[in-house]
Ligand binder design. Structure first.
Ligand code: AMP
Length: 173
């Protein structure tokens, strides 16, 4: 199935010069949604994944579907101040300033095998920060599975320690 057909390019959103990859047509199509989740999970079917970590907010949608396919649990990686119990936190650079992600400290146990899932990798900053959180809990990252890779931003360079699996590669804008 050609999943790329279900991704809509929206020029100049949320600001001029950005081509936003809108995944809502894919989410709305039952067969495309199921195929995306199957393909995100597939390479890790025998990896013994204990939990899938999904990054707020589109990573929650795919992460939960992948967790179900791998018979694994799901862990939310959230924006600051959203999680009620003790958290670990990691910050990353934005074009202007920094951003932070948080995870419950007890969400990943020492040695737990973790698969990280999100919708898209751009600069890779948020994924690298999510991986740091898992490291802080002594979890073992078995891979990173993503729907879309914006190859021209070379976000992979920040994740070179990990197995990064992407379903749709966008070469240039
Ligand atoms: P980054 O930390 O730069 O890799 O950005 C990752 C997050 O920003 C992704 O999970 C997306 O949700 C969002 N994002 C960045 N660029 C785009 C884009 N061109 N289209 C849609 N979402 C984007």
């Amino acid at each position: 199935m050609d999943l790329e057909r279900y991704i809509r390019d929206v020029p100049d959103f949320p600001k001029p010069g950005i081509i936003f990859k809108d995944i809502t047509p894919l989410l709305a199509d039952p067969a495309a949604l199921a195929a995306a989740a199957d393909h995100l999970a597939e390479p890790y079917a025998d990896a013994g994944v204990d939990v899938v970590a999904g990054i707020e907010s589109r990573g929650f949608i795919f992460g939960a579907l992948v967790a179900e396919r791998l018979s694994a649990g799901f862990v939310p990686v959230r924006k600051p101040g959203k999680l009620p119990c003790e958290t670990v936190a990691a910050s990353y650079e934005l074009e202007y300033g920094t951003d932070t992600v948080e995870m419950h400290r007890d969400a990943v146990a020492e040695g737990h095998k973790v698969l990280v899932v999100d919708d898209l990798i751009a600069t890779g900053g948020s994924l690298a920060a999510a991986c740091k959180l898992i490291g802080q809990c002594s979890g073992q990252i078995v891979g990173i599975s993503l729907l879309i890779e914006l190859c021209f931003l070379n976000g992979r360079a920040k994740l070179d320690k990990y197995d990064v699996h992407t379903l749709i590669q966008v070469a240039g804008e």
